[in-house]
Design a protein around this ligand. Structure first.
Ligand code: ATP
Length: 311
């Protein structure tokens, strides 16, 4: 367990204190289950997920009973069935807090979070989290083989399934062509050091292998070059991956989420606006201003500029 490392930004400072948290959701939840913020009700049911619909219903939340709310009457929904929801907004607007509530690290002070129409506070945390995979911003790997690191997403997966996940995450070619012992190459501190982008792709492969109903990407493409980012987006859009799971993305780089089915723009803990990329550009509000700023800053890939031109 001590070998598992990966700070997950949305867990916040409490979890960062666990210095070098976990690469894996289940292992991570063992830690999280010890924290006192949320208790399962004695009669908590098992959440059954079919569509992966996610809804926030008038959610208000404070980090402490005397603290001011950091989310106020937040409502949005994504119907599941392979749709993508993106959360954007200025720093401190509440994006990570939304993820924490979705994963039920906390319960709302008012309102409720639903998955497939079920209030998640009525379900066991384990049954909720079984359906969710997270690709964090920063993944640190086991000191073991690359195959082991990917298979950790689903320990019963076959070698073929591990390779398929690696292909979807666009890391397969690197593994077979550049890694000295292919899938048996040891990685991590005492093995082959992977770049930040390679580690993110391993995290993608691991998450894809889990076959989650809901895939959470928390700044998950920040270390990827724009070409790889685009390729992974195409993978996520493919039948084998995104069609089967709802994707919830937090991104600062708006190029990552321009094709999301719904973009929710948070500002100061409230939903400032929501819609598709095109709708939000037409509204000329906060999202349009953020988009313009990022264009001016030149942080967009060429392919994204094409999206902009078409909008
Ligand atoms: P960023 O883009 O910088 O990651 P964010 O939009 O994800 O920001 P959050 O991390 O959700 O924003 O923070 C929303 C508000 O809640 C901020 O004012 C932040 O200071 C506060 N906050 C976040 N985590 C905690 C915590 N564990 N305890 C108390 N306040 C917190």
């Amino acid at each position: 367990m001590a070998q598992l490392v990966a700070p997950l930004s949305f867990f916040g400072s409490y979890y960062r204190q666990i210095q070098k948290g976990m690469v894996d959701m289940e292992a991570m939840f063992e830690l999280l289950d010890r924290q006192p913020n949320v208790q399962d009700a004695p009669d908590a049911g098992q959440l059954v997920v079919t569509q992966g619909a996610v809804a926030f219903d008038n959610v208000t939340f404070s980090y402490g009973s005397s603290a001011p709310p950091v989310l106020r009457n937040v409502s949005f929904s994504v119907p599941g069935g392979g749709r993508t929801l993106a959360l954007v907004g200025p720093s401190g607007s509440g994006k990570s807090t939304v993820l924490r509530l979705l994963l039920r690290f906390y319960d709302p002070s008012a309102g409720c979070v639903r998955v497939d129409g079920v209030d998640v506070s009525t379900c066991s945390q384990a049954s909720l989290r079984r359906h969710i995979a997270v690709v964090p911003q920063d993944t640190v790997l086991f000191h073991d083989t690359i195959r082991y690191n990917i298979r950790y997403g689903r320990t019963g997966a076959s070698d073929e399934e591990v390779e398929e996940a690696a292909r979807l995450a666009h890391i397969h070619e690197a593994i077979v062509r550049r890694f000295p012992a292919g899938y048996d190459t040891r990685v991590g501190e005492r093995g082959l050091r992977l770049s930040g982008g390679e580690k993110q792709r391993v995290a993608f492969a691991r998450a894809v292998l889990r076959r989650p109903a809901i895939l959470v990407l928390d700044e998950a493409t920040s270390a990827l070059d724009s070409m790889t980012e685009r390729l992974i987006q195409e993978s996520l859009a493919s039948q084998r991956c995104r069609q089967q799971c709802t994707t919830v993305i937090v991104a600062h780089r708006l190029s990552t989420i321009a094709d999301a089915d719904c973009i929710v723009v948070l500002d100061g803990g409230s939903v400032a606006e929501a819609g598709s990329h095109t709708e939000l550009l037409q509204q000329g509000g906060l999202y349009a201003a953020m988009w313009r700023r990022q264009l001016v800053a030149g942080s967009f890939s060429q392919s994204t500029e094409v999206v902009h031109a078409a909008a």
